[in-house]
Design a protein around this ligand. Structure first.
Ligand code: MN
Length: 275
């Protein structure tokens, strides 16, 4: 048995199939962990969703910002933008089933000394606390109140990378859930106090003054567990003792990456034609 963590697929189904073939994935024995952003920007989000849903317990995925964006579009909270490529999902006969499945996926998954999430976690959060905070957002996404919460997120600028960006334990209501969702699905850089700089997407060394990659904040309380994440294409594949960042930018003409967690062997398929 092996567990393969796979980076941001973003609707690139044929690349995913090539990668799965390369790693010789056997669903009766192996596990796939997806860092989220299964959909959008790429050509075939519908097939990606159907495939991963069909894997059942052989696959684990956490929700990324593009997955939440699709849920918001499907719930009529927002309209697809110029670069969104999710029409195939919206028009599918199994759309409702897929959207229900998607909003029941977790934001955080912890197993075997690893924590799987899409973007990052705040320096003041322990792994146990992160899990607990994720459960708060997951409970709302799985409830009939989820359009209300997504409506709030979009109203405060989720799409424009703004919204609540500073954690305190005393936060309540939508603002609390908003900070949790922003960290787990959008965080790349923050201050040493954990204030998120949500709009910065570039390379780590060029970040605005006072902002550093979330995983470099000194005394980060989750440092004893290996974080498996994606979301940061400009960073690329980035592997440290306690970190696997797997968005290697397939959608931007680079690679789709899988890492076998047991021995950290890296597998990649390349996108020769820039998307
Ligand atoms: Mn992302």
């Amino acid at each position: 048995m092996a567990t393969f963590a796979i980076g941001d697929v973003q609707g690139c189904f044929s690349a995913l199939l090539r990668l799965i073939e390369q790693i010789r994935f056997d669903p009766s024995r192996d596990r796939l962990w997806f860092v989220g952003d299964l959909v959008n920007r790429g050509p075939d989000s519908l097939s990606v969703l159907r495939y991963i849903k069909g894997l059942g317990s052989a696959a684990v995925t956490v929700l990324g910002n593009h997955d939440l964006h699709l849920l918001a579009i499907a719930a009529d909270i927002t309209k697809p933008g110029r670069k969104d490529t999710v029409q195939d999902v919206l028009q599918a006969p199994d759309r409702d089933e897929l959207m229900t499945w998607l909003r029941h996926q977790p934001l955080v998954y912890v197993a075997d000394g690893h924590i799987l999430l899409h973007a990052g976690l705040l320096p003041q959060w322990t792994v146990a606390q992160t899990q607990q905070l994720a459960r708060e957002v997951e409970a709302v996404l799985r409830s009939p109140r989820y359009p209300e919460f997504l409506g709030y997120l979009y109203e405060v600028g989720y799409r424009e990378n703004s919204g609540p960006r500073r954690w305190t334990d005393s936060l309540t209501g939508h603002e609390r859930l908003g900070v949790i969702a922003n960290a787990l699905t959008k965080l790349r850089v923050c201050s040493t106090e954990g204030d998120m700089g949500l709009s910065y997407k570039g390379a780590p060394h060029a970040a605005p003054p006072g902002l550093i990659p979330w995983f470099h904040v000194p005394d980060r309380k989750s440092a004893e567990v290996t974080v498996v994440c994606g979301h940061w294409a400009a960073l690329g594949l980035h592997i440290l003792d306690n970190l696997l960042v797997l968005d290697s930018g397939y959608i931007w003409g680079q690679q789709l990456t899988a890492v076998r967690l047991e021995d950290r062997q890296v597998f990649q398929v390349s996108n020769r034609e820039p998307a």
